[in-house]
Structure formats: C-alpha cells, structure tokens
Design a protein. Structure first.
Length: 246
C-alpha cells in the first residue's frame, strides 16, 4: 500500500513538472519575436543574437562597451513571460593596456564625488587584469557605489567587472563620528591643505564606530599627525591608519 502511494506521488510530481515546463515553454516563440525586435532596434546590439528555451533567454554575440552588455540583459528581463536571462555576450571593444586603463579609471573615480558631502568618506580601490576590473572599498550610500560602477562600465577597454564594493550601514552615530573626524583632521594647521584638494583627500571610513584612514599624504609626519588627530576624537572604538606616504 505504501509502495502504491509512493508511486502515485512520484507520478504526480512528474506530471506537475512536465505541465510546468510545457506552460513555461509555450511562450517561447512570442518571447523570441519580442526579444529579436528589441535587439534589432538597439544600435549597440547589432552583433547580438538570442535564443529562448522554457522562458529563459540566452544572449550571445559582441558589444562595444561593458555597459551595453548590462543594458541588453536588463531590457530583456522586462519582456513578458521571460523567466531568466543568460548573458553570454562578450565585450569586444577597443583593447586598452591594463596599466593605462587603471590610471584612467582611477582618475575618473577620484573626480566622481567631488562636491558631494560624502566625498571624503568613501574609499575605492581598483585593479585591472586582462581588461577585467576589480573594484573594492566602502561607500556611505548606494548612490556612490552605483556611480562608481557606472563609470567603470562605460569606460572603453573594460571587458568585465568584479564588484566588491560594500555599502556601509546607515548609522546616526557613524555620521556624527565622520563629521567630528573631518573637523579634527582638516582643521589641523598641517593637514588643512588636504581639504583644499578634494580630488585626493584623506579618506575617513567609519564602520560601526571603527575608523580607517586611507589616501596619500606628503610625509610621514602628516601620516602621524592624521592618526593622532583621529585618535583624539571621542567615541571611536578603534582607529587604523592606512595612509600611504607619497
């Protein structure tokens, strides 16, 4: 009796699975037509092809920018009855030497948040290997993270992106500590000159009361003073001085 019940259960599961697959796949032709039209209408996707199986769209071919690859998948995901997108598009734009690409990206990222309140409180580190950009670091908000990733994605020569950027948790305590750290460091008579260069400030990263200083300073004395000023601010659980002397 138990064996009969088990067999019936298995049969039902198989039937349900086949029904679900048939239900998913019945829209494939309609999806293919819509996706093909979208690709045809997008000038940057003229070298891209698509196929559909059981509601899953596979994109292949080439584009000129990494951002074009992202946009292609994003647009297809919004098509009715699409259950997933497999993005196998390759970025085949201009080839840029890794060192040159890294310098270009570093410059762009340095200028990205100039003029915004969070400029001195974000820290990003990047590396490039065979056109693949790895971006790490911490940002105060999603806006700063998204802006940095968008810059990388739109830069010619970038083949792929590894995103290791962490958005710091929202905290009124940390916000207050950031402001007090900035005052202690930038109001110092020796360190004040770093405030006049918003492209390359002393970066103050605060995470749950723990402070880390990043950036480049002109002398060992400047690094020492910055660490002392940060260490004198009440409320910080710890201060780590990772400033680099140029």
């Amino acid at each position: 009796m138990k064996k009969q019940g088990f067999a019936v259960t298995v049969a039902l599961l198989v039937l349900l699975s086949m029904t679900a697959m048939a239900s998913t796949g019945r829209y494939d032709q309609q999806i293919q037509q819509t996706v093909s039209q979208k690709i045809h209408n997008a000038k940057q996707l003229q070298s891209v092809s698509s196929s559909v199986e059981d509601g899953i769209v596979t994109l292949t071919g080439t584009v000129g920018l990494y951002q074009d690859k992202l946009d292609a998948a994003k647009g297809i995901k919004n098509v009715a009855n699409v259950s997933g997108v497999r993005n196998d598009i390759a970025v085949a734009g201009e080839a840029v030497p890794d060192g040159q690409l890294q310098q270009k990206l570093a410059r762009k990222l340095a200028y990205d948040r100039v003029g915004y309140y969070d400029n001195a409180f974000n820290y990003l580190a990047l590396s490039v290997k065979d056109g693949v950009v790895t971006l790490n670091g911490d940002t105060v908000n999603e806006m700063a993270k998204d802006s940095a990733l968008a810059i990388v994605a739109r830069t010619p020569g970038v083949k792929d992106v590894v995103n290791g950027v962490n958005v710091l948790p929202a905290s009124l305590f940390d916000d207050s500590l950031r402001a007090r750290m900035a005052r202690a460091i930038y109001r110092d008579s020796v360190l004040g000159r770093y405030a006049s260069d918003p492209v390359d400030p002393i970066r103050i990263v605060v995470d749950n009361g723990h402070v880390t200083l990043y950036g480049t300073v002109q002398s060992t004395m400047d690094k020492t003073i910055a660490g002392m000023r940060a260490g004198s601010v009440p409320g910080a659980f710890s201060v780590e001085n990772k400033l680099v002397v140029n």
